[in-house]
Design a protein around this ligand. Structure first.
Ligand SMILES: [Zn+2]
Length: 193
């Protein structure tokens, strides 16, 4: 369940909250119990991820189809059966047309958040250089535009970052993301030398 459950997903009976463990980061019950099934129902976050595609001093952003002028990293939720990297590679291709081997995605950062009240997510960001992607850059599903920006170019444009992006990374996050992605890629290339 990725929302606090009221009913048991197995038998439909009401469930009751069970105390959360002491180390819980949120003050929300995470474990519920169905007295009819005598089994537990867990309230868990949904995994998601983003790609930071680096091209020189620029990184790839997509314009969200829900809001013109609002941009974010290519990102989305992981689907059934996918690893984190496989899900991020699929989202990148769906939104931008760029194809990447999931194994070429390099870990950058991860964080937990609550983009919608009571719907928690855990996100992982991966970097890849543009040179390790193939395909033609073209906005796809969920995106109305896809472009590379340097942080300065974006800053001086009339565009803004989408609220979900700001919630996750902050208002002035592009220079930081750029730096984190480039140092992750550099470490990776030094290690494989
Ligand atoms: Zn039940």
């Amino acid at each position: 369940m990725n929302q606090p459950p009221s009913y048991c997903p197995y038998c439909g009976a009401s469930v009751e909250g069970v105390d959360s463990p002491m180390h819980s980061r949120v003050e929300t019950l995470m474990v519920y119990r169905c007295e009819s099934c005598d089994d537990y129902v867990f309230y868990n976050p949904t995994p998601g991820g983003s790609a930071v595609v680096v091209n020189g001093d620029a990184l790839l952003l997509v314009e969200d189809f829900r809001a013109s002028g609002e941009w974010k990293l290519p990102s989305g939720r992981i689907e059934l059966g996918e690893s984190m990297r496989e899900g991020v590679a699929r989202e990148l291709e769906e939104e931008t047309g760029l194809v990447v081997d999931p194994d070429d995605l390099v870990y950058v950062h991860d964080e937990a958040g609550e983009p919608v009240p009571d719907q928690h997510m855990v996100n992982v960001e991966y970097a890849v250089p543009r040179s390790k992607t193939s395909g033609t850059l073209e906005a796809g599903s969920d995106a109305t535009d896809a472009r590379f920006f340097t942080p300065d170019e974006f800053e001086s444009s009339s565009f803004i970052l989408r609220e979900s992006h700001v919630d996750r990374f902050g208002d002035e996050s592009l220079p930081w993301l750029m730096e984190e992605a480039r140092s992750a890629l550099e470490l990776q290339s030094n290690a494989s030398r």
